[in-house]
Design a protein. Structure first.
Lengths: 118, 114
């Protein structure tokens, strides 16, 4: 089946620094990738949708300049949390979709990245 | 706008007993419906999905779900619960239209008691 990986699986950083999280589709080409944020004991909140080679579409309330998303290739998308603050601490999950004719555009999820900002 | 409701924050069931985790949805068109499971500090694992066809969908680990269009429900079921089934379960919906946004429910914690 389709596999999506994330790196790192967990990261601790100091307030004010930037952190980059990678999302890779290992055995398929992901024309669309999604970034979610999950707070403790809460559901997944979609942050943004990115299509390969174009700018990401951010959900309402998500700061574009703070959460930079790059989807430069069909197998890699990155989320950079700029000038991180403790309130950015969360579990970030990506998913990827392979949009080919005849498929139902199912999303395959990565294992998540736990970000802790001190 | 599409939405998903999981009315129970937690479901407790004894090991060996049948379990049901409830989900209702709202979409403007025909729905794609999904169930995912999440273990602590892990990503989501796909359990099953409904697109078209039989209303009873069978998925991984012995789980199944029944699509009920009139009640707009997609309850997750398993005939005999295992302790290892204890986890957080999410129902999700996507409109069959072109936009791929998936909306998740708030999750239901399943606790299987030995």
């Amino acid at each position: 089946g389709a596999v999506v990986s994330q790196h790192p699986s967990w990261v601790i950083c100091k307030s004010g620094t930037s952190v980059k999280i990678e999302c890779r589709s290992l055995d398929f080409q992901a024309t669309t990738m999604f970034w979610y944020r999950q707070f403790p004991k809460q559901s997944l909140m979609l942050m943004a949708t990115s299509n390969e080679g174009s700018k990401a579409t951010y959900e309402q309330g998500v700061e574009k300049d703070k959460f930079l998303i790059n989807h430069a290739s069909l197998t890699l998308s990155t989320l950079t949390v700029t000038s991180a603050h403790p309130e950015d601490s969360s579990f970030y999950i990506c998913s990827a979709s392979e949009a080919r004719a005849g498929l139902d555009n199912e999303q395959f999820f990565g294992p998540g990245t736990r970000l802790t900002v001190l | 706008a599409q939405s998903v409701a999981q009315p129970e924050d937690q479901v407790n069931v004894a090991e060996g007993n049948p379990l049901t985790v409830k989900c209702t949805y709202s979409v403007s068109g025909n729905p794609y419906l999904f169930w995912y499971v999440q273990y602590p500090n892990r990503g989501l694992q796909f359990l099953l999905k409904y697109i078209t066809g039989d209303n009873l969908v069978k998925g991984s680990y012995g789980f199944e779900a029944e699509f009920n269009k009139s009640q707009t429900s997609f309850h997750l079921k398993k005939p005999s619960a295992l302790v290892s089934d204890s986890a957080l379960y999410f129902c999700a919906v996507r409109d069959m239209g072109g936009y791929q946004k998936v909306t998740f429910g708030t999750g239901t914690k399943l606790q299987v008691i030995p």
